[in-house]
Design a protein around this ligand. Structure first.
Ligand code: BG6
Length: 480
């Protein structure tokens, strides 16, 4: 059997997309709360249009999410019934430090997550916790300029120290920043950056990224000091770039685009800025705000494992006019691959690309890997299940997941990749990060809620619920 004993099967969510309860339990406001559904979403996520508080002109789907804040017991029971070995979730920074720079942490927030982790353990589920999944307290953005300011490194260190102490023995697997490379594509939603007129945005993004990278290394150090059992991972929005043609210029372009993303994991896994990035920054006149001790902290505190999300591969070319159209997918616009089909949202589907991505990351770092997001966003139809209840017959989702799991199997069996686990994105339907929609559903569990925030929030297991349960029970041997 390919999947090793103890392989961590499960699902992944993020606080800002499922938790809700944005103004309860002493929680403060975050960047992710003020990303509206509708036409203003992209300008806000990009940091070009500023919304700093909740208003009545917009609908903000993160404020209620799918109400995990009140339904966590019910949701964890569903994961437990599917046999989850792990559940990836994130902490809302503003539940712990409502403003980010408060003198003391918020006990109510700390207790909330403690109860959640204990409930997971009751079901035999190992929590895998993302410390920051795109969120940054609004107060830190308004007062300090978010991650552009070195001050955030200190505040993040305080946050993680509190988390590691409080959850010692309850949580062992940690991810420092979700899709850390997303700072380049979605600077406001990904890292709380806004820009002034005429500001060199590229330079600002890399300077802020430096602060995140230093903070990530500090978190790794503190995690290991507090509990040597802790395992800390980086998290990359993954997916290899293919050259659109075999022309050497296209191959080089694909390598360059890959390096834009690998820059982050190179620093986190190898402990130093790679030469290609230093040269790029020199050329662009990007002045990284190094401080004394940064190089040592990065070098001495590399991550224990590499985690990444995978939805699609990407394509690169230098022939702009032959591009054949753009594709979407994790917001990194890319050239359409003529050999691939796409989801209803235009995300191209490439299971083999997962094997290729696993191999590239393993060759590059020789560290254990963890696929912490993978799944199909699709429109679902709720139908009668024949027993007086309701369900969704989501064979398309099962097909997508099956084909990706087969590729992980091959990467382990034929290529010798060390893979710790697999958490599908959105084991329960939740708010889409890119569009703010509910109708882009990923879950094994249907949630009755629509794009305008209407619905009972009732949960209904889909056909894929039983299928994934069997996959886990057989440790990936039965995918039918
Ligand atoms: C990843 C994010 O980029 O993709 C998740 O880490 C996100 O937060 C997921 O939800 C799927 O994207 P979307 O836009 O379909 O929700």
């Amino acid at each position: 059997m390919a999947f090793p004993e103890g392989f961590m099967w499960g699902g992944a969510t993020a606080a800002n997309q499922c938790e809700g309860g944005y103004d309860q339990g002493g929680r403060g406001l975050a960047n992710v709360d003020v990303c509206p559904h509708g036409e203003d979403r992209f300008p806000v996520m990009l940091g070009l249009k500023h919304i700093s508080q909740v208003d009545s002109e917009h609908y903000f789907p993160a404020l209620e999410g799918v109400d995990f804040y009140h339904r966590w017991k019910e949701d964890i029971a569903l994961y437990g019934k599917m046999g989850f070995k792990t559940y990836r979730m994130s902490i809302a920074w503003t539940r712990i430090f409502p403003n980010g720079d408060d003198a003391e942490p918020n006990e109510e927030g700390l207790r909330f997550y403690e109860d959640v982790f204990k409930e997971c353990r009751k079901w035999g589920i190992e929590p895998l916790v993302t410390i920051t999944h795109f969120d940054c307290p609004m107060h830190l953005i308004q007062e300090y300029g978010g991650w552009k300011n070195r001050k955030l490194v200190e505040l993040y260190k305080r946050l993680v120290a509190v988390l590691f102490e409080r959850y010692k023995g309850l949580v062992r697997y940690w991810l420092t920043f979700n899709e850390i490379n997303m700072i380049l594509a979605l600077p406001f939603m990904g890292a709380g950056l806004t820009f002034d007129e005429g500001e060199d945005q590229t330079a600002s993004k890399y300077r802020a990224a430096h602060h995140e990278l230093v903070a990530s290394a500090w978190a790794t150090k503190i995690a290991h000091e507090v509990d040597p059992q802790n395992r800390v991972g980086c998290m990359l929005a993954g997916g290899r770039f293919y050259p659109l043609t075999p022309e050497p210029a296209d191959v080089l372009e694909a390598m360059r685009r890959d390096n834009e993303n690998y820059f982050f994991t190179d620093v986190q896994a190898r402990g130093a800025y790679p030469a290609y990035a230093l040269k790029f920054m020199e050329r662009e006149g990007i002045d990284i705000p190094w401080q004394e001790g940064d190089r040592e902290i990065l070098a001495q505190n590399t991550v224990d494992f590499i985690s990444f999300s995978y939805y699609s591969s990407r394509c690169a070319t230098t022939h702009k006019d032959e591009m054949g159209g753009q594709t979407s997918g994790n917001v990194f616009a890319s050239v359409k691959n003529p050999y691939l089909k796409a989801s209803e949202w235009g995300w191209q589907i490439d299971p083999t690309g997962l094997r290729i991505t696993l191999n590239s990351l393993y060759e590059r770092y020789q560290k254990p890997l963890f696929v912490v997001e993978n799944g199909l966003g699709a429109k679902d139809e709720l139908v009668d299940d024949g027993n007086g209840g309701k369900t969704v017959i989501d064979d398309y989702r099962i097909d997508y997941l099956r084909s990706h799991i087969k590729e992980m199997d091959d990467a382990i069996t034929y290529d010798g990749v060390e893979l710790w686990g697999y958490t599908t994105w959105g084991p329960i339907d939740l708010v889409s990060a890119s569009t703010g929609e509910m109708s882009k559903r990923y879950g094994f569990v249907y949630v009755d809620r629509d794009d305008a925030g209407k619905g009972s929030l009732e949960r209904y297991p889909k056909k894929s619920f039983g299928w994934y349960k069997k996959v886990i029970a057989t440790n990936g041997a039965d995918l039918d």
